[in-house]
Design a protein around this ligand. Sequence first.
Ligand SMILES: [Zn+2]
Length: 118
Amino acid sequence: MLSKHYDQLSTYRKSSATLTEPVTILADQFEATKIGFTVTQDKETKISWDFDSLKTTVQTIYAFALTDENSTLKRCEHCKGFYIANSSKEKYCGSACRNRHNVMKSRERMKNEDSHIE
Ligand SMILES: [Zn+2]
């Protein structure tokens, strides 16, 4: 569901300049029945969240990451998983995915070169 949501959001983000009114992406898909929190004071003021399920927890973290302008939530170009990027140029969730993707690209290049020879 998050994957589908992110794909739709990406499409709307690309055309955001032409949107005439706000668009709700996958309306009614986030259905938490309870999100509670407590605020405690020690040396610092802290908030503790209380979610009804792991699913709600993941969805809420996802929503905060999407809407935080300092967040760099991205999708890996190889495994399509979500990750927090260290820079806007990063394309892969880690070195394993980057290496696998480069191997695939070089194998494709070799295949194309072979077919030109024949
Ligand atoms: Zn990956």
